[in-house]
Design a protein around this ligand. Structure first.
Ligand SMILES: Cc1cc2nc3c(=O)[nH]c(=O)nc-3n(C[C@H](O)[C@H](O)[C@H](O)COP(=O)(O)OP(=O)(O)OC[C@H]3O[C@@H](n4cnc5c(N)ncnc54)[C@H](O)[C@@H]3O)c2cc1C
Length: 412
């Protein structure tokens, strides 16, 4: 509850200014409002800064922006391409804000008393402990988190098949950016590798750091521009920027549609009919037990590691909603629970679109064909579905078509 913790941090500060990146969806803006009231009660102010997107909202709906009419960005359509074209033709990506030098920001006084209870629940040493001392402390480790009484907790472990370790923080994010662009030149081949599913290198993996505010899309953009000037500019370098524009699209789309991105009938208001067996189908999907090897492999990866490739996400979403007839919100909710890169507008926007509940294009995926196209040798499936580990490539995408003899031979 930020509205409870933040006032504790501010106790003793006069007229505090609290900065936050502006949110657009209802739960998040409710939290902002609660913090604003709590900070206001201390004589302070909450200032919202626009920051999540590549293109700045003010540039899109300002006097020379493509959405400068009375409804501003709400005039955005449900189709991506016109939005992307308008951005590319009419809007400049702003430069990054320079990193403040030491002492440049008016941080809270280091001697202000605080009511904050530090990690571990122990009271600060002595009366009126200093905020500065708390700021200097390292972040609490997993053992120090406020676990429920009697909870059996174990240290977080790294799954051996995880695409990356995904350590948090800006330094690791910038190291990943450097690795992807400058050390390995992976950016130059992104267009051809982006549909992969195995390993760290087939796509940028920037999403978790962006979702948690460790890496800005503008930082990525300007790094790509430098790379294009110094190494190579090609379809791949352009395509990462194209994908970042998709991310923007869903954030602005959420401003337009408000809570409809969470409704059963989505943005189009169209009622879909769900299967009477949807509860059982959803459980099988979530646990990676549908019997469709590509879907099961992806769902197991998600549950075990918190990540799934974009190719996987498109397929499992299509399968859940359009083949199994399960309410799309169950899938979106499960993704919200699992994804390291969970981002409210990217997640719910992609899901509502996958369900065909916008006026944009609907993609119905042929899962078996996708499996053959994107996992030709079945390597990805074998990584996550050990039941099929001995099945050769010719049968692995449709194991149900194998003869009984072959099933016995390959241990299915
Ligand atoms: C059903 C579904 C749910 C999704 N949920 C999320 C989510 O919660 N958070 C999230 O960040 N992305 C989400 N995505 C989009 C996309 O799958 C991930 O951003 C991408 O797989 C993350 O891996 P990456 O960083 O290696 O991506 P890359 O392929 O390297 O792409 C570069 C960046 O472009 C952006 N991007 C790429 N594709 C999309 C897209 N379709 N929509 C929005 N942004 C995109 C991401 O910021 C990504 O980091 C979802 C897609 C689907 C189909």
């Amino acid at each position: 509850r930020p509205e409870e913790v933040i006032p504790g941090l501010l106790a003793g500060c006069s007229a505090p200014l609290v900065l936050t990146m502006a949110e657009v969806t209802s739960e998040e803006t409710r939290v902002e409002g609660a913090v604003e009231r709590a900070v206001g009660a201390l004589g302070g102010r909450l200032a919202r800064v626009w920051g999540h997107t590549l293109y700045h909202l003010d540039d899109l709906q300002g006097p020379s922006g493509p959405y400068n009419g009375a409804t501003g960005i709400r005039a955005i359509g449900d189709v991506f391409t016109p939005f992307k074209d308008k951005c590319e033709q009419k809007v400049q990506v702003r430069k990054e804000v320079p990193t403040p030098t030491a002492g440049a920001l008016p941080l809270p006084s280091r001697t202000a008393p605080t009511t904050l209870t530090p990690a571990g629940g122990k009271a600060p040493a002595g009366a009126g402990a200093e905020l500065g001392a708390l700021l200097d402390r390292p972040l609490p480790g997993w053992q120090e988190l406020p676990w429920p009484q009697g909870a059996q907790v174990a240290p977080p472990t790294q799954h051996p098949n995880a695409v990356l370790p995904f350590k948090g923080g800006e330094s690791v994010a910038l190291a990943r950016l450097k690795y992807y662009l400058w050390d390995k030149d992976l950016l130059a081949a992104y267009f051809d590798t982006r549909n992969g599913m195995l390993g760290g290198d087939y796509s940028t993996k920037f999403a978790p750091w962006m979702a948690l505010g460790c890496l800005s899309p503008r930082t990525i953009y300007w790094a790509i521009k430098k790379y294009e000037a110094e190494r190579v500019a090609n379809k791949s370098t352009y395509w990462v920027i194209f994908e970042l524009t998709w991310r923007d699209f869903y954030r602005f789309f959420a401003i337009k549609h408000g809570n409809r991105i969470f409704f059963e009938t989505g943005c189009s208001g169209k009622a879909l009919r769900w299967s009477p067996d949807q509860a059982a189908f959803f459980k099988a999907w979530r646990e990676g037990r549908t019997g469709m090897p590509l879907v099961d492999a992806n769902m197991r990866e998600l549950a075990a590691t918190g990540f799934m490739s974009n190719r996987g996400r498109q397929n499992v979403a299509s399968h859940l909603v359009l083949d199994l007839g399960v309410d799309w919100r169950r899938g979106a909710d499960w993704f919200e629970h699992c994804l390291l890169d969970y981002d409210v507008t990217s997640n719910w926007g992609n899901w509502v679109a996958a369900a065909g509940l916008t006026s944009g294009r609907l993609n119905l995926f042929n899962i078996t064909k996708q499996s053959k196209d994107y996992d030709q040798q079945g390597e990805y499936i074998r990584t996550w579905v050990p039941e099929l580990a001995r099945v050769p490539a010719e049968h692995i995408h449709e194991p149900w078509l194998m003869s009984r003899d072959n099933q016995a031979k390959y241990g299915v």
